[in-house]
Design a binder for this molecule. Sequence first.
Ligand code: NAD
Length: 483
Amino acid sequence: MTAGTPVRRAGSWIGGRPVTGAATLPVHEPWTGKLVAEVGLADAEQVEQAVQLAHHARGTLPAVPVHRRADALHRVAAGLLDRTVEVAAAITRESGKPISWSRTEVQRAASTFRWAAEEAVRWSGELQRLDSEPSGEERLALHRRFPRGPVLGITPFNFPVNLAAHKVAPALAVGAPIVLKPAPKTPLSALLLGEILAGSGLPEGAFSVLTVDDDTAAELVADPRMPVVSFTGSGPVGWAIRDAVPRKHVTLELGGNAGVLICPDWSSDTDLRRAARRIAIGANSQGGQSCISVQRVLVDQALHERFLPLLVDEIEHLVVGDPWSPTTTVGPLINRAAAERVKEWIDDAVAGGARVVTGGEVEGVLVSPTVLIDAPPQSRICRDEVFGPVVTVTPVDGVDEGLRALDDSRFGLQAGVFTHDIQTAFRAHRELEVGGVIVGDIPTFRAEQMPYGGVKESGIGREGVRAAMEDYTEPRLLVFSEV
Ligand code: NAD
């Protein structure tokens, strides 16, 4: 498909087949603004069919031997790798993600499926002796985890394939059927994933990909046949889902305004250059549209004057613009409205006393990578999730004040701490209220196998293959009596 030739295409995969309703969803390419596809929305009957199939498969899928489920997951990983060019192009087309980052995303999604295949075969129970107490003599307990039931996976636009993989792969690994609802701005790459899944040999009903509007998504959330809801997206939508179904098992992977601290000991020229280089990438890659994008930089006041020009230098060398160019790091935002909102937040901060050291310009969907100093602590650019290529740099007085400032957020996904001091690392780990602390690097780091998620307004629960497998299952005990 080339830009400018919109294709009407099936918007869902149900029971291993592509299906489409009468209504369509337009998909625009952020970079050109062109309509690139008309995706058929699933109608009420098709949605019902997907739910019924998933409900039925809650009995049949766990009975598929684990070696067959693992083989299917390996086939999906291989399918993604074989079709990297095509899937990456779909990601860039629909989201504006720079093409080299889209390729990386597809490779990461393949790793997610491979990890799930490997974890599936290791996934057993635990045997526990009970005769360590007199009341337990002649008894033995087996702990096993069973799927909680079909999973409804809802994903955002910014990692349309790998975040889908993080819901689908662990669900299939534990034998839980899944209905995936991709973000309406970016359904094309998730539909390619649906096609690859359809060729994996999994039974009918093991998975569906459903392109629906948000009202239908809300009905799916409320459907009692979907007992597990795994949501990744914005806070307001996530918390409303949680409030709508308080008795369901809900995982929320939401936003943040991740911070990084440069401690007094991170002081050599090499140290500061590394911090600057990593922060430039972590704040700006994909136009800052990552939930763990660096937004707040706290730097020890003794290092501030040396660090700031290094950061500006690194940022000004980033390649901004055409996401199809292999050298681009900072592509467009998802649409003009998003770029205009970021500009408004920068202007508000400036009106409150902030100074723009570099960037601050918006042209269409492009926001130039921006560094602000003296940003008012109560401005939105400091307190909320900017989801754009903007960082604030603030001097702090030592580790105590630095850690306090790092933790001064209503969000808590990940934090970065540049230090060589093991005690500072332990202390950050103990004291910061976040899902993860990254030492010697930026918070913008995620590996597929690691538990990943946030606290406070950043969410509930953890993803990462193993963590999600636990999340989608319920422990159940079997006690044997030897008589
Ligand atoms: P969004 O909340 O607008 O949409 C997310 C998904 O929710 C979409 O599929 C959307 O169609 C669906 N949705 C909307 N209303 C719904 C409803 N009433 N019921 C059910 N589903 C509904 O988010 P977005 O703009 O696509 O993504 C950006 C957000 O995602 C940012 O806040 C970012 O930080 C967050 N995010 C978090 C993580 C994480 O792992 N913590 C990862 C990536 C993105």
